[in-house]
Design a protein around this ligand. Structure first.
Ligand code: PLP
Length: 385
């Protein structure tokens, strides 16, 4: 039995990043500045998008993205298998969230279900690349083209993933926006933080001024040696910028992304091999050929009838082994607030509801040691066999 608790996720931050944060603090330039601009440039290079716009969370990025491509009253289709932010962004942009059920194998939004939900008011779709597995973008793009919809890819889980040779967030395609999260559990972190990528210049302009209260110039253009203090406000905005303190971590993290994701893949391969024979445990489906999974989370499904205990009981048993787990996600419409807003009830999204009862996230982060992996494997195997 482990003596220390193994959390379900933990970031790895280098000493260089810590030194660069200290440098920002000592320099007096803590808020958005040259390091943020540098991080955006490097992020755009990595994804291949024309524009990378940093923000203080993916939630903020999603809000800006929905505001950029919809008008109040428009309908936006998304998945019930997501974090609250995806739907909150739609609601706070004044649009109407419409949920479409998921595919039981990929756990991503089912394109057929998107097609069924389209009305004359539908203006955008937000596929979420669940766990880091790319959605069926060919089918989603086809629907979007037919109905002139914008696509906002909630890529909070998907940094480093790619779809048929194209990096998630490469921005290609009309009115196409991707939003990444740098929360500490994500593939790279800045503490809190996020990044929007797009090739759409009009949307990029709007999102980039709206993240700084609508001002046409950021503080770093006003208070620097060559700055001019006057500014215009094009459009009312919000305070959603990233700080240089965060960007100092982010630009360093980006250097390690491929290494981090390689280690994540190694870990899930060990899990897949070890758990293959356990009756009652459904492992994540193999990744579609030509795609790269970023393995933000590893989410087997537990069949309580076969195993004799529920997912929640399993999570409690893992705690007895000193191992943390997590739960992504309860089908969104089952939360009381969203039930009211969407008018949906239990039984309306059967696939997401069933998955929501069976799913669990096991520990997965690059700094896990081989001993940590063995501990998880032993605990899961002992509990399930
Ligand atoms: C699918 C999804 N979308 C959006 C978000 C919001 O990200 P952030 O915490 O950076 O606002 C999360 C965060 O966990 C998420 O998992």
């Amino acid at each position: 039995m482990r003596t220390d608790f193994l959390p379900f996720s933990k970031p790895t931050i280098s000493e260089d990043a810590i030194a660069d944060v200290c440098d920002s603090i000592r320099s007096g330039w803590l808020a958005m500045g040259p390091k943020t601009v540098d991080f955006e440039k490097k992020f755009a290079e990595y994804t291949g998008a024309k524009f990378a716009i940093s923000v203080n969370s993916a939630t903020a990025g999603l809000h800006l993205a929905v505001m950029a491509v919809t008008q109040p009253g428009d309908e936006v289709i998304t998945t019930p298998m997501t974090f609250a932010s995806t739907v909150n962004a739609i609601i706070y942009a004044g649009a109407v969230p419409i949920l479409a059920d998921i595919d039981p194998v990929t756990l991503n939004i089912d394109p057929k279900k998107i097609a069924e939900k389209i009305t004359s008011k539908t203006k955008a779709v937000i596929p979420v690349h669940f766990a880091g597995r790319p959605c069926n973008m060919d089918a989603i793009e086809k629907i979007a083209q037919e109905h002139n919809l914008a696509i906002i890819e909630d890529s909070a889980h998907a940094l480093g993933a790619s779809y048929h040779g194209k990096k998630i967030g490469s921005g290609k395609g009309p009115r196409r926006i991707a939003v990444f999260s740098f929360h500490p559990t994500k593939n790279i972190t800045t503490g809190e933080g996020g990044m929007i990528t797009t090739d759409d210049e009009k949307a990029a302009d709007q999102m980039s001024v709206q993240r700084q209260n609508g001002m046409d110039k950021g503080a770093w253009n006003r208070f620097g040696a060559k700055g001019k203090s006057h500014y215009d406000i094009f459009i009312p905005g919000l305070k959603y910028q990233m700080m240089d303190i965060q960007a100092a971590i982010g630009r360093d993290q980006l250097k390690y992304l491929e290494k981090f994701n390689k280690r994540r893949t190694e870990i899930i391969e060990k899990y897949n091999t070890a758990f293959a024979g356990i009756d009652g445990l459904t492992l994540p489906a193999p990744i579609e050929k030509g795609c790269v999974h970023s393995w933000h989370i590893y989410t087997p499904l537990l069949d309580s009838k076969k195993l004799g205990f529920t997912r929640d009981e399993f999570m409690e048993k893992m705690k007895e082994y000193n191992i943390g787990t997590a739960y992504h996600y309860q089908a969104l419409h089952l939360f009381s607030g969203y039930a009211k807003i969407t008018g949906l009830k239990k039984g309306d999204m059967p696939v997401a509801e069933e998955i929501g009862e069976k799913i669990v996230s096991l520990p997965l982060f690059p700094a896990m040691t081989n001993e940590d992996i063995t501990d998880v494997i032993e605990a899961v195997t002992n509990i399930c066999k």
